[in-house]
Design a protein around this ligand. Structure first.
Ligand SMILES: NC(=O)c1ccc[n+]([C@@H]2O[C@H](COP(=O)([O-])OP(=O)(O)OC[C@H]3O[C@@H](n4cnc5c(N)ncnc54)[C@H](OP(=O)(O)O)[C@@H]3O)[C@@H](O)[C@H]2O)c1
Length: 361
């Protein structure tokens, strides 16, 4: 499990970065650039490249790894486990995050996905068909409980540092918002117990739309309500404080709504997701930080001119990690050369608060 001592020692071993490269995560510190593992074909070749890339990232100053059980049909979780074990880095210096919510296939896409989900999850009683949205998404407590076990096994870890409920807004396609909050609370309670048992250290909510869209959007979820539900879940589980620790949402030059859209009711009025999360003491991890590769190719000139970095990808990464309240910007890197380029973005200072605000004027 990621610890204060190991992460501070890791930081001391990597003093080549700019001042704010490492940031507080609880009592420890983590790199403000993290490795993501979403994209790529489910092949052995891609597994080998990811394994090399993640190992290299861990050994070069990046101690945040993000995955999910469904990414590349569980292959990404398994290579993360291999890389964490292989790398010449103390496991307790690495924040390993994963997610559960999308029913995962196993290694490859089955010929008949519906039959796979039925045989593996519905007929075995792990998923109640009524909880399944779009035939592939479930956030019910029993299912998430089972997914935590599978992720622990795929990752080969005793403790998952951060376990996200994955894209809960997917449920809004077939259920009311209130029903989604109720189910989140029940699942949070289960995760509070898993935290007490030491299987996870913290949990969070990873989203694509929920926290960055306006409050009247069909895929909106209220961050204050989610925080409130986590507090209730902790109380029901007999925990004195909630283990809800983080959110994840997309943030990049083209998708800055988590900073610009004020859709979460704070004590003095509506706040952006980034601002509300910051004031609630939640860490924010940005996804799609270079817009799934697009920002390595194109960026508005006026924005790019304000950013430091040798390459466009580095400048894009530095934009994402400049946003106030961001702990770490996740960048999918399954190629060792991309790791070398992206890690070097951390040698440049991100924008200060005023310079960041000025981008939006
Ligand atoms: N809802 C959610 O929970 C959610 C959604 C999306 C993403 N995520 C997480 O956030 C992570 C980051 O998002 P993402 O992977 O979707 O998008 P991203 O980080 O914006 O972009 C990743 C893509 O950019 C390429 N790339 C990386 N460095 C590059 C460079 N220097 N030059 C050119 N291309 C480069 C990668 O190729 P290579 O792989 O070949 O290096 C990959 O195709 C994910 O991996 C995942 O862990 C979470």
């Amino acid at each position: 499990m990621v610890t204060r001592e190991a992460t501070w020692a890791y930081r001391d071993d990597h003093d080549e970065f700019a001042r704010t490269f490492f940031r507080r995560f609880g009592a420890g510190v983590v790199s403000s650039i993290g490795v993501g593992t979403y994209l790529g074909d489910p092949t052995d070749e891609r597994d080998a490249a990811y394994r090399e890339a993640i190992t290299r990232a861990l050994e070069s100053g990046v101690n945040v790894v993000d995955t999910a059980i469904n990414y590349r049909h569980q292959r990404s979780e398994r290579v993360v486990g291999d890389a964490v074990a292989d790398a010449a880095v103390d496991r307790d210096a690495v924040l390993v995050a994963t997610k559960g919510g999308f029913v995962p296939f196993d290694g490859d896409r089955p010929e008949n996905p519906g039959a796979f989900v039925r045989d593996e999850y519905v007929d075995t009683g792990l998923v109640d068909r009524a909880d399944l949205v779009g035939g592939q998404h479930c956030i019910a407590p029993a299912f998430v409980d089972d997914q935590v076990d599978r992720s622990l096994s795929n990752l080969g870890l005793e403790t998952i540092d951060l376990y996200y409920v994955h894209n809960p807004e997917t449920q809004l396609a077939e259920r009311s918002r209130e029903a989604v909050y109720d189910q989140l609370e029940a699942t949070f309670e289960r995760l509070e117990h898993r935290a007490s048992d030491g299987d996870i250290a913290h949990y969070g909510v990873a989203t694509w739309d929920a926290f960055r869209v306006p409050a009247d959007h069909e895929r909106y979820l209220s961050l204050p309500e989610v925080v409130e539900r986590a507090r209730s879940a902790a109380a029901s589980a007999g925990n004195s404080a909630t283990h809800l620790r983080a959110i994840q949402c997309p943030f990049n030059v083209f998708m800055a709504d988590a900073f610009t859209v004020a859709s979460h009711q704070g004590p003095d009025g509506p706040q952006s997701a980034l601002w509300f999360a910051h004031e609630a003491g939640l860490d924010v991890f940005t996804s799609a930080s270079i817009m799934q590769g697009r920002l390595a190719r194109e960026m508005p000139e006026a924005v790019e001119a304000k950013l430091d970095g040798e390459t466009r990808a580095q400048r894009a990464i530095n934009f994402a990690r400049s946003a106030p309240g961001v702990t770490s910007s996740l960048v999918g890197m399954g190629t060792p050369d991309h790791v070398a380029e992206n890690v070097d973005a951390g040698r440049y200072e991100p924008l200060g608060a005023n310079a960041f605000d000025a981008v939006f004027e």
